[in-house]
Write a protein that binds this ligand. Structure first.
Ligand SMILES: Cc1ncc(COP(=O)(O)O)c(C=O)c1O
Length: 483
C-alpha cells in the first residue's frame, strides 16, 4: 500500500539520522508535495508511525520524531531544612562562575535562552521603530518607577494570569535580580531571618549574603516545591520576617507548587504576619500550554498550564511579586519589575538610592515589542522547544548516567536537577573533571547550605545538537567512571 511505502521511507530517514529525535517532520502538505502523493496518503503514513510509536503528533504544532523511551528516572529525594545561618558562599559561587569565560566549551551552566531562542528579529524591529520615532524620548531619564505605558502592559499580562494588580504599584527594574534585592531591602533589616527553599536560586543567596540577612532553609520537594508544613513548623521556632521563593518552575529543580499549596502558603503568611517575595521569572514557560488534552488528569493539567502566581491567591497584600523578561525574551535587556503593593514607595526609594531607575531605551523597546502582539507567538515556540529539549536531555541521562541517578522532569522552564548516586564524586569534583573535557554545568553546592553535594543543574535553553548530546554523555560517563 502506498501509505506503508511512505511510512517505511520515513522510518528509514529517521534511522539514518536525517530526522533526529524531537525534530519536527515536514507538514502533511509539504510532504505530499515533496513525494507527489495525496494528503490522505501522508496522513495515513503519519498515523501508522504514530501507532507504532515512531512519531508523536502535537496539537497545533505538527508531527515530531519520537524521543526514545527512557529508563524510568525517579525524582530526587525531598531536601531537609536547616537552622538559621549567616551565609558565606560568594567564593564558591565565584569559582563556579569562572567557567562562563570559555566560549568554546559546551555550556549546560548558563540558565538563559541562547540567541536562537530569543525573538531577535522582532526585538530588532522594535528597537528600530523606537530609534526612528522616539529617539529623543530614549535619551530622557525615566526615573523609578519607570515608563507608565510599559507598566500598564505588564499589569495587563499579570491580570491575564489571575493577579489583580494596579499599574501604579509596578516598578520597572534592572532585571529580576534588582527586583529581588530592592524588595528584600524594603522589607528587612540586616540580621533579620529570611526563609528560602532548598535548593534555591544561588542569586537569592548572593542577595541575602550581601544584605547581611540570616537564612533558614526550608525542606523542599524537587517536584512540588516548598513544604508548607515544614515552614509552618519553622515559624514556631524562628522569627521569620520574609520567605523568598520560586513557586512556579523553580531554578534549579523546576518544581512547581500546587494551587492548594500556594493558597496555604499565602494564608500562612497572613496568619503569621510575614511577607512573601515571589520570583516568577519562569512562570511564562509552561511546557504544556500548547498541547493540553482534555483527558489529562486535573493535577497534570494544573501543572502544565501557565501556573497562577502566589500573588493570584493573595487577598491581604502579603505577596511582593518579582519577575523579568530575561528568561522569556532576552537576558541582555536587563528589564524586570516588582509589583510591590503597598510597599511600592519603599521599593522605589531603594531603587533610587542604588540605580535611580532603568535605562530608557530597553523600556521603550519592550513596550513597543509587547504592543506588536508577537510575545505570545514567541512563547508558544520556545515552550515547545524547551519541552523537547528537556525530554531529550532526560533520555540521555537515563542512558548515559550511572544506575541510581535521579532527575526532575520539569513541566516548565529549561533547567533540570540531577542527583547522582551516593557512590559518585561530589559535584565540585565532577566539575573539575568535566571542564578539561569541555563540559560546564552548575554543581549543587551553590544552591544551598548543605546536602546538595551530589546534585547538579543543567540548562537546556539552546539548540539540541549532536555535540551537546555528546557533552551530556561525557558527563554521564565521568560520573560513572568516578563512582
Ligand atoms: C530564579 C531566578 N531569579 C532571578 C534571576 C535573575 O534574573 P535577571 O537576569 O532578570 O536579573 C535568575 C537568573 O538566572 C533566576 O534564575
Amino acid at each position: 500500500m502506498l501509505y506503508q511505502n511512505l511510512a517505511n521511507d520515513l522510518l528509514a530517514n529517521i534511522e539514518q539520522g536525517l530526522y533526529r529525535p524531537g525534530e519536527r517532520l515536514p507538514s502533511v502538505r509539504q510532504l505530499a508535495r515533496q513525494r507527489g502523493v495525496s494528503v490522505s496518503t501522508v496522513v495515513s503514513a503519519y498515523q501508522h508511525l504514530e501507532t507504532t510509536g515512531q512519531v508523536t503528533a502535537r496539537e497545533k504544532s505538527g508531527i515530531y520524531v519520537a524521543i526514545p523511551a527512557q529508563r524510568q528516572i525517579e525524582a530526587p529525594e525531598p531536601s531537609r531544612g536547616s537552622q538559621p545561618t549567616q551565609l558565606q558562599m560568594s567564593d564558591t559561587i565565584a569559582r563556579v562562575f569562572a567557567q562562563n569565560r570559555y566560549p568554546d566549551r559546551m555550556h549546560f551552566d548558563l540558565a538563559v535562552p541562547a540567541p536562537s531562542f530569543q525573538p531577535a528579529a522582532q526585538l530588532k524591529a522594535a528597537a528600530n521603530r523606537v530609534v526612528r520615532h522616539h529617539f529623543n524620548d530614549s535619551l530622557t531619564l525615566y526615573p523609578s518607577p519607570g515608563d507608565g505605558e510599559l507598566r500598564r502592559l505588564i499589569a495587563q499580562r499579570m491580570l491575564a494570569c489571575g493577579c489583580q494588580v494596579d499599574a501604579q504599584e509596578i516598578v520597572i527594574t534592572n532585571g529580576c535580580q534588582e527586583a529581588l534585592l530592592i524588595s528584600l531591602q524594603a522589607l528587612t533589616q540586616p540580621g533579620d531571618v529570611v526563609a528560602v527553599e532548598t535548593p534555591c536560586y544561588y542569586g537569592f543567596l548572593q542577595a541575602l549574603e550581601s544584605l547581611g540577612l540570616t537564612v533558614v532553609s526550608i525542606a523542599t520537594d524537587p517536584v512540588t516545591g516548598m513544604d508548607v508544613q515544614a515552614l509552618a513548623d519553622d515559624l514556631q521556632r524562628w522569627p521569620i520576617r520574609v520567605c523568598l521563593c520560586s513557586p512556579s518552575y523553580s531554578n534549579p529543580t523546576g518544581a512547581c507548587m500546587t494551587e492548594a499549596a500556594k493558597q496555604q502558603l499565602v494564608d500562612l503568611a497572613h496568619r503569621h504576619d510575614f511577607h512573601l517575595i515571589e520570583d516568577d521569572i519562569f512562570g511564562e514557560l509552561a511546557h504544556g500550554e500548547d498541547h493540553l488534552k482534555s483527558q489529562q488528569d486535573a493535577f497534570r493539567r494544573e501543572q502544565e498550564q501557565r501556573p497562577r502566581p502566589l500573588r493570584a491567591f493573595d487577598r491581604h497584600g502579603r505577596v511582593i511579586y518579582c519577575s523579568s523578561f530575561s528568561k522569556s525574551l532576552s537576558p541582555g535587556l536587563r528589564l524586570g519589575w516588582v509589583a510591590a503593593g503597598e510597599h511600592r514607595l519603599r521599593v522605589m526609594e531603594r531603587q533610587r538610592a542604588s540605580t535611580t531607575g532603568t535605562s530608557t531605551l530597553p523600556q521603550l523597546q519592550v513596550r513597543d515589542y509587547l504592543k506588536s502582539g508577537h510575545f505570545d507567538k514567541h512563547l508558544s515556540r520556545v515552550r515547545r522547544q524547551y519541552r523537547i529539549n528537556i525530554e531529550l536531555a532526560l533520555s540521555v541521562v537515563a542512558e548515559a548516567f550511572p544506575e541510581g541517578t535521579h532527575a526532575t522532569q520539569p513541566q516548565g522552564g529549561f533547567v533540570l536537577w540531577i542527583s547522582l548516586p551516593k557512590s559518585a564524586p561530589d559535584a565540585l569534583t565532577l566539575l573539575d573533571r568535566a571542564q578539561p573535557e569541555g563540559v560546564c554545568f552548575v554543581p549543587g553546592q551553590v544552591f544551598g547550605l548543605q546536602g546538595l553535594e551530589s546534585c547538579l543543574r543543567i540548562s537546556v535553553a539552546q539548540p539540541w545538537t549532536e555535540e551537546l548530546e555528546g557533552a551530556l554523555r561525557i558527563l554521564g560517563r565521568l560520573a560513572g567512571d568516578l563512582s
